[in-house]
Design a protein around this ligand. Sequence first.
Ligand code: GLP
Length: 244
Amino acid sequence: MKEHVCSNYCELSKKVAERIIEQLRTKPKSLITIAGGETPLGVLKYLSEHLVSEDVDYSQVKFISLDEWVGLDSNTYGSCRQTLNDGLFNNINLTSDQIIFFDGNAENLTLECEKVDKIICDHEAIDLIVLGIGMNGHLGFNEPNIVTTNASIVKLSDVTKNVMNKYFNESMELTHGITLGYNQILQSKKIILMASGSNKRSIMDEMKRVKVSYSLPASLLKYNDALEIYIDEEANIENGKDQS
Ligand code: GLP
């Protein structure tokens, strides 16, 4: 398990964004996933500012969704799609076929899953996936003790329901998420797990200590050769130990 400990969030964001730029330079026709949520916001900002100025060819890349809240689409502030639109997609020049995203508000969510499954299957695998980690160790919306393979609709855990209101302007009553499944995440050619801030320290520590188990979804990444962890000092357990 390769781990990069960065001194702060700014450095963490820059390093991960540089990995994405490197991926685009090596393989312009990459299939890339970037999680919604707060952790990758700095990555999105860096990419928005540097893709054009560094003359990166992003004309062939496709961005594929990691997850979305069921019931929400890009019209709701705080949805995954809106976060990525605002953070990156609207700031660069992408065509509509370069973004394949779950529409959490679609009438037929099974078709949403099939749409995403087909793109990944046609491409063989995601080239680079950037993940955050939930407070309960979830990846996308793969909640503890739920086993998925491909894109799936899953029931949100109580932990996720308790933290979700940080994303929204108004109080939400959301019960389900739509997410890439474990196979699609674990078979990605490069996997970056990002963690920032002291509130992620204990779950990151647990992920490193526990046996691989669906009870802590991120633990499934541990022995994957494609995994690289990018963590800032606040989220790093060594930092916690040093301070005590
Ligand atoms: C959210 C999303 C994930 C995200 C994770 C961490 O609920 N389902 O895609 O990576 O939990 O979120 P954050 O980065 O906001 O802490």
